[in-house]
Design a protein around this ligand. Sequence first.
Ligand SMILES: NC(=O)c1ccc[n+]([C@@H]2O[C@H](COP(=O)([O-])OP(=O)(O)OC[C@H]3O[C@@H](n4cnc5c(N)ncnc54)[C@H](OP(=O)(O)O)[C@@H]3O)[C@@H](O)[C@H]2O)c1
Length: 328
Amino acid sequence: MPATQTNRIVTANPPGGPEVLRVETRDMPRPGAGEILIRNAACGVNRPDQIERMGFYPAPAGAPEGLGLEVSGHIEALGEGVSGFVIGDPLCALVAGGGYADHVLAPAGSVLPLPAGMELTDAAGLPETVFTVWANVFEIGALLQGETILIHGGASGIGTTAIQMAKAAGARVFTTAGTQEKCDLCRALGADRAINYRDEDYEAILTEAGGADVVLDMVGGSYVQKNINLARQGGRLVSIAFLQGSRVEIDLMRVMLKRLTLTGSTLRARPDAEKARLAAAVRRTVWPWIETGQLRPVIDARFALADVRSAHERLDSGAHSGKILLIP
Ligand SMILES: NC(=O)c1ccc[n+]([C@@H]2O[C@H](COP(=O)([O-])OP(=O)(O)OC[C@H]3O[C@@H](n4cnc5c(N)ncnc54)[C@H](OP(=O)(O)O)[C@@H]3O)[C@@H](O)[C@H]2O)c1
């Protein structure tokens, strides 16, 4: 167990803007059966953390207290029954909460080894986006080599990861973003076409290009009907968030005529066993892409854990591209 017996976490009680975030001290957590105690090197900041901070995304039962869904660091202690890990090993992990901290508990099945050649702090930017993209683009969306995918929010943490993973899998990638600078980043990451949605019509561009087999959508609202319109026969439209709203009126005639699938999923509420299954698939397929340099987390900024409010102000501004990290 660590020499220090206290642990800093970040809470948002009552919910609100970045000003409600507080760094608080708790007792050091102890790993239960099947758990690993991690000494964090860095914690990833994600849009879902903002939604939780505002009080709209309650943590699942049993999650560690506090904000934060992904970390990198070293193994500090192993719970009963955990095998295949050694104290001191560098790793990254998906956690159900409490990631913004000095230490956090993770189920052993959600822990992945540090990919070869990857800087330890950068690895904190991998789990939430890689698991989400794997689950939604590759499992649910069933993207195949040679198919065309449209990724909305291409410069987001999710988007920058999805572009690189789709290219590594041999897909043709179209993406949308809100500034020229963000579009330039998407192209640098491998996107075949980056569309500035403020002055270009992505529905017309995709239709002209023959349509999309898969759409990864975090916007919802007016995008839903456009996604249906631009999809190819047999297309899969995968929703992972609704930044413009989740209640829409759509014409289902085109869904029927084109045999489309409208689907989506969330990651956090999945049971540990399901996350362990995803982790095994990610390790098998995505970790080699990292080790060959085909996938890198795009790091926008790093903030000290004590300066978590500034990290969330940057997240709220929407000016960031890729990931924001907290360093304990
Ligand atoms: N379902 C799941 O399991 C799951 C898991 C993780 C994340 N998510 C969701 O996925 C989304 C991305 O997460 P993240 O952490 O990568 O977020 P992020 O880095 O903060 O990026 C959010 C992106 O959304 C775009 N955006 C914001 N408002 C928009 C609007 N009204 N219309 C069009 N685009 C808009 C922004 O791009 P522009 O500046 O280019 O507009 C920004 O790049 C979030 O909504 C998050 O809640 C879902």
